[in-house]
Design a protein around this ligand. Sequence first.
Ligand code: DQA
Length: 143
Amino acid sequence: MKKVLVIHGPNLNLLGTREVGTYGRFTLKQLNDLINKTAGDLGLSVSIEQHNAEGDIIESIHKAAEEEYDCIIINPGAYTHYSYAIRDAIRGVNLPAVEVHLSNIYYREEFRSKSVIAPVCAGQICGFGPESYLLGLHAAKGL
Ligand code: DQA
């Protein structure tokens, strides 16, 4: 069974109350329940983490390699747009990664339209709300 690590980045713990016009009213717990259910349906073994700190995300990426995960699904939050350290971590561990976003990062402020993470990922899915993660699971299964 393929092992997938889902990493939620900064501020995603605030889902449900944070900028509901952009991110919706579902909570992180509801999102995680959906991820767990879909992973089960797809026959994937999934672990889910949320970290606000950049270093903790990097530790998680290293751990995914040490614990022989097959794929990472990551929503790096605002780190998407400037964290070369997270980018280097993904490239460094040599694990396939799928970048996901709830919102369409190309349809918002200019600074969000650049991802420094996408070039080291197998692909990027954005703009479909919680469905972005579920599409990410489908992608992970095929990788
Ligand atoms: C986000 C988009 C980022 O620009 C933002 O900083 C987030 C959430 C998304 O899922 O749409 O925190 O990654």
